[in-house]
Design a protein around this ligand. Sequence first.
Ligand code: FAD
Length: 491
Amino acid sequence: MNGKIENMANRSNKKVVIIGAGLGGISTALRLSKIGYKVSILEKNESLGGKITSFKSKGYKFDQGPSLITLPKHFEELFDDIDENINDHLELIKLNPMCRYFFEDGSKIDYFSSLDLMKKELDKIGEDFENFYNFLSIGSKIYELSEKTFLNFPVGKFPSNIKLNNLIKFPYLKSIRSYQSLVDKTFSTKKFKQIFERYPTYVGSSPSNTPGMFFIIPYIEYAFGSWYIKGGIYKLIESLEKLLIKNNVKIIKNCTVEKIEISNNEVAGVKTSSGHIDAKIIINNTDVSNLDDFKNKHSNQNIDNFSLSGFVIMLGLKKKINLKHHNIIFSSDYKKEFNDLFKRKTFPDDPTIYVCNSTYTDKSVAPENCSNLFIMANSPATHRAWTNDDTEYAKKKIFKNLQKININIEKSIIEVEKIQTPTYFMSQHNSFGGSLYGKNSHGIINSFLRHPNKEKIKGLYNVGGTTHPGGGTPTVIKSSKITTNMIKNDY
Ligand SMILES: Cc1cc2nc3c(=O)[nH]c(=O)nc-3n(C[C@H](O)[C@H](O)[C@H](O)COP(=O)(O)OP(=O)(O)OC[C@H]3O[C@@H](n4cnc5c(N)ncnc54)[C@H](O)[C@@H]3O)c2cc1C
């Protein structure tokens, strides 16, 4: 205990500046302040949370970013690390079914988190239960290996009990070079293949280019559940902001970092829109593609290497819409859709649509007998600014595909409408071409050698979805743990 106090006293002299108050920046600020570092967090926007953001209008509440939480244990661990109990702050609700899928032929499947109900759905479409079991079996092996290596350690640093030889001997390594071929081998029906081929797009990537290791995404969702936070996902940020204040983190909003000042290959401070701040330890939580700008270096990033962006419409409707919490309406030609997204680099002619209808679970997010729909379709990242015509085109395509499942969005029922295009994501979050997950996960290098958490410049670290181990809320919290441990070791 004495040692702990002594350490904290030493660390209280150590000033840390965090650029960006996304989930990664906030989690790291909390973990470092709890062990004695003096942390300031600088955020260009007027509210915290980055991609996790929300808005309210006319009694409707919308999450504008994430709507699905997986791996709640990483959220619990974050609260534990700062001596708090997550249940005192948030109410997590497990969703069952996790999703309703709508197919071109008019049929639908409820994707249940319980195996007995799931078996009935599999039987309905003629998919073998054994195939689903095989997916869980392969997924669990990939998950176990990732937990022992990739997810919990800095890039390329594995614990001493894991030998390279063991990794090479990993039973599925050869067979899982391509995610798509693994899906193809595992399932027999077109419908299940379609459901599974969608998962790599959760990290903005194509199923034909990502390695089979990405079976970890559907496995994690199935094994550990799909969760919602009562009151909306933004409740997470609201509760963490209170804890930042409780832990004496200095929060500076509306403050844009323009440069990282470097002297003798060591950080010295940051130049911001509100002046200069000294710091020997700086953590970048913004898209790592901003680092070149911050360091005054010419950037030669190629947009083709970046993950997808999205097109989002949020609608407050004076009507109860008959949908589950999460819904996916598949396009009629999935191959053509992927071709539009990843080869032609254009908004799809026939997009697959994701609809979140959180009023299904939570009555508090819309007026009585009304619905708050968050509707999203994938779209390529781009530096070209979206025009009104682009927006109208995408909106028309989405409304047309909603009609396929008898959802007619007449003007008379729309009380609130808000749209987010790739241009919005680019300016609001300062992300490269509006891409939502940084570099895509195409090929082994992009997938497993993500941008490191520590730069070669002394005192400069990264955290968040564009850095190791990758995007998505639980992985970002993991990234925060890795970066925190590195700083703890270095200072
Ligand atoms: C529409 C959408 C849907 C998603 N759905 C899901 C989902 O269902 N489940 C899930 O787990 N994940 C989802 N994600 C991904 C998830 O939201 C992100 O991976 C995660 O929130 C990223 O956190 P981060 O710490 O990397 O930082 P970010 O959220 O990217 O935050 C970075 C912060 O840095 C600030 N900043 C940038 N430049 C500067 C500067 N120069 N000076 C100061 N501040 C700056 C930004 O304003 C921002 O606040 C979704 C994302 C989006 C956009």
